[in-house]
Design a protein around this ligand. Sequence first.
Ligand SMILES: *Cc1c(COP(=O)(O)O)cnc(C)c1O
Length: 430
Amino acid sequence: MRYISTRDEQHQVSPAEALGRGLAPGGGLYVPKSFPDLSIETLLGLTDPIALTTALLGPFLAPDLDAAQLERIVRRALHFPLPLTDHEGRARVLELYHGPTAAFKDVGAGFLSAAFSELGQTGRTIVVATSGDTGGAVAQAFADYPDERVVILYPRGMVSARQEQQLTCWPDHITSIRVSGSFDDCQRLAKQALNDAELVDQLRLTSANSISIGRLLPQMSYYAVSSLAGYREHGASSHYIIPTGNLGNALAAIWLRSLGFPIGQIVLATNANRTIPDYLEDGIWSPGETVATLASAMDVGNPSNMERLNHLLPDLQHLRDSVTAHAVEDRDIEARIRQDYQCHGRFWCPHSASAAVVHDRIRTDPAEHWILVATAHAAKFNDIVEPLINAPVPVPESLAAILARPSRAVDMPPQWSAFRSILARLRRSD
Ligand SMILES: *Cc1c(COP(=O)(O)O)cnc(C)c1O
């Protein structure tokens, strides 16, 4: 497989280079040059998620990783269950929150850290901008790899208390920076660092954001597992509603559908950050200021992965045929969390609740097979969920272990000069 940049098709790199660099030169994003021809018939026979994911991702990582290496990586990424549970007999919920930091990002982060290790790409500095969940997942995934350095940028006051704990409770090779700005500021600073040739060279900088191909590719795994399970059961495609911020999770589903997997409609649920729904509606890309919402991990005014989706589907009408998007206001998220706890005993996190709101809004045909994607555990957002339902949310064991650790962070204004000098100090402390 070769990867090209969204901004320069002549720039082609191997899988190992695409993983190692994170961002393509000139600020482009890596995308597969072409999608491999996979035999869905053969993959249908693979009921073990590890075997299926290894077979699916093999062509995307060849020739740099062989099947045995890839299987070891996949085992680290998918070491927890991915259950499909019933939703009022009308749909199913794909629960992606049974990993160590209780959000779907554990899959991509676990894959990336293990892939760097298998590829011998160690001694790097990994920069992550996070709106809450990425940073924790990446820190957790790299906590056991002290030869790597991780720098996390997160927006002050815009993450939940438990998310902040997950961002700041790690060993010394992980630096957490609390930025007095928005997630978009954090993302801009991370991109700026990755475009600074001197720093990239001296610190061996790379990214672990959802712009990294090493996070996107493994996210195809749970759509592959669930869509093939649905096909085995019903002989039909599954439709998905996906809580969306930076569009990394949904893009994995869209890529997987391009490979011929039995996936029908893909519906994006955004929060009040309406850049994507507005774009699909009027065809004008006008990234706005980030609005703070209850679903804070989706507070993205300028979703980076749109560049990849536009690269796949440059024609607006094709794009509209491929995905739809609905914006959900906080009050609807609150009502859904309250009601589904009272009526069904379900604990939604605010992000996952947005998918449930959209499911009601689009009034799906009962004969169709809909899957609502639950992206995080409600216990991670207990400060929002518990007052709504008037009950405690049970804390999963792995989350409880993280909450018990000491934490620390560095405060920083949202300025490049400040970030650059922190990075320069890291270099000197070598
Ligand atoms: C990151 C995140 C999202 C948004 O995913 P994107 O890939 O950025 O679209 C949704 N929900 C939760 C809980 C998240 O952590």
